[in-house]
Design a protein around this ligand. Structure first.
Ligand code: 4AD
Ligand code: MG
Length: 451
């Protein structure tokens, strides 16, 4: 048993052993109070030591082993606590050098000590939420008969066609082989698992993949990372965007409810310290019957009539995508809820999307949410071989390197579609944190790859 024994007050009277790290020590003449974090709960565990000499060597940051009994607490901050019978300091932490103290540190300061900040309450809660979110999405996809596939990280294609790939072409070690690269061709880190998920969806009707993706976008915003995690699903035999939007919406509602059940204390920490309006936001995510669905053309009309709190820097204009200020207005001011925007102009979207009969737009959608704005993007895919080849040629892309992808349209093609949810942005939405750099344990972004 560890600190999780404290979650159930009926465990009073039981013995337990806790391994963890000291958050604070209060030494009095007759008694000592030690707050210990062992990762099981968002707040530390209160340990009472009735022989204060036992706590003499302890200081913030040291690792310890406590053996003791679960006792009903007299204090207001916790229902139960541990009364220690033995205390072992396992690894000391010199108080003169240890950079974390009991007080609240700024998120910027915590980023500077990235190897220790996982011990802070806030980043600890973020990590627990990430874990529960992964479990929540896995449960949803398994319950809905999606097969999880493992798509590669090394790939020879650039799915989004944005040229924002990290090159992974390694030189061979020996001199004779020096003119050839390891793979004998250009290889990069994947920007999206979608094309490989489409391969899988030509053998299994419903698949999903979850993994890290990499983008060499020189963006320094609070919503962009160079390495982030994406959840991508692909469904064969579907013919309408609304089927895809239903899956996205249900997966988000179901996962968020699961997290509310499993990690309400972690969520409460964010409403208390980070974003007071969080409960309202969470309710717009989980209790709303259906997220609004509007077309891009309707979005432009709304934006052109809008009087935003801060005037737009870029005037909304049909044909030129949506700026983040426009996305923010739609999700945070106009609808104050997640909103799907569908059918964007063909010019602003990647090669694989299915063209609408109007010839000007594609059957795609973005989900915009309060907080990080764009949370998910998806589309129906062009499933006709000839039309896809024509589009690839029109865009001046190399058709040979996509022969395998075109083959899927030659042999038993199906109307199909899929989407990608930005996992880190999902957690950002649930916490109200301003910067995505505080959402991922080891942030990589333009100009920064520590460790
Ligand atoms: O909109 P994106 O680029 O879509 C795709 O990659 C598709 N191939 C997905 C698919 O259909 N299977 O990226 C999907 C989501 C975005 O909506 C956003 O939430 C997130 O990934 N995202 C980022 N998150 C953090 N940092 C970045 N640099 C991101 N770029 C995109
Ligand atoms: Mg997108």
């Amino acid at each position: 048993m560890d600190g999780s024994i404290l979650k159930d007050p009926s465990n009073v009277g039981l013995s337990t052993t806790v391994h963890g790290w000291v958050k604070s020590v209060r030494l009095h003449k007759q008694i000592a109070f030690v707050e210990v974090a062992d990762g099981s709960v968002s707040k530390g565990i209160q340990v009472v030591i009735e022989t204060p000499e036992l706590a003499q060597d302890l200081s913030t940051g040291c690792s310890i082993k406590i053996v003791g009994k679960v006792v009903k607490s007299m204090g207001k901050k916790q229902d139960v606590e541990i009364h220690a019978e033995s205390v072992d300091c396992i690894g000391a932490a010199n108080p003169k050098e240890y950079p974390l103290q009991k007080k609240r540190h700024s998120l910027e300061y915590l980023r500077e000590i990235g190897h220790l900040r996982l011990r802070s309450n806030i980043i600890g809660s973020v990590l627990r939420l990430r874990d529960f979110a992964e479990r929540g999405f896995s449960r949803f996809f398994a319950d809905n008969e999606f097969l999880r596939v493992h798509t590669p990280i090394l790939t020879s294609n650039d799915c989004e066609g944005g040229g924002e790939t990290f090159n992974a072409t390694t030189e061979k070690a020996t001199l004779e082989e020096a003119e050839n690269s390891f793979f004998g061709r250009k290889v990069n880190l994947t920007v999206s698992g979608q094309l490989h998920a489409e391969v899988a969806a030509s053998a299994f009707p419903r698949v999903y993949t979850f993994g890290p993706v990499f983008r060499a976008e020189p963006s320094l915003t609070g919503r962009h990372l160079a390495e982030f995690w994406m959840l991508e699903a692909e469904c064969a035999f579907i013919t309408s965007l609304s089927q895809l939007m239903d899956v996205i919406e249900e997966s988000i509602k179901s996962t968020t409810r699961y997290i509310q059940d499993m990690a309400d204390a972690d969520l409460a920490l964010f409403s208390k310290w980070v974003y007071p309006e969080l409960e309202k936001r969470l309710s717009s995510i989980t209790t709303q019957k259906a997220y609004p669905r509007i077309t891009y053309t309707e979005a432009i009309e709304i934006l052109q009539k809008a009087t935003p709190r801060e005037p737009f820097e870029f005037a909304p204009k049909w044909g030129s995508g949506l700026q983040s200020e426009h996305e923010k207005y739609l999700s945070s001011e106009h609808f104050e809820s997640p909103v799907f925007v569908t059918d964007y102009p063909i010019e602003v979207k990647p090669f694989y999307m299915l063209a609408n009969p109007d010839g000007r737009t594609v059957a795609c959608m973005d989900l915009l949410v309060p907080g990080p704005c764009e949370l998910a993007g998806g589309s129906l895919r062009e499933h006709s071989h000839d039309k896809l080849l024509a589009r690839i040629t029109d865009l001046g892309m190399e058709a040979e390197s996509l022969d395998w992808y075109l083959d899927l349209r030659k042999f038993g093609t199906t109307p199909h579609g899929g989407f990608g949810i930005g996992f880190d942005r999902y957690i950002q939405m649930l916490t109200g944190l301003e910067s995505i750099r505080d959402i991922i344990p080891f942030p990589r972004y333009y100009g920064r790859c520590q460790y």
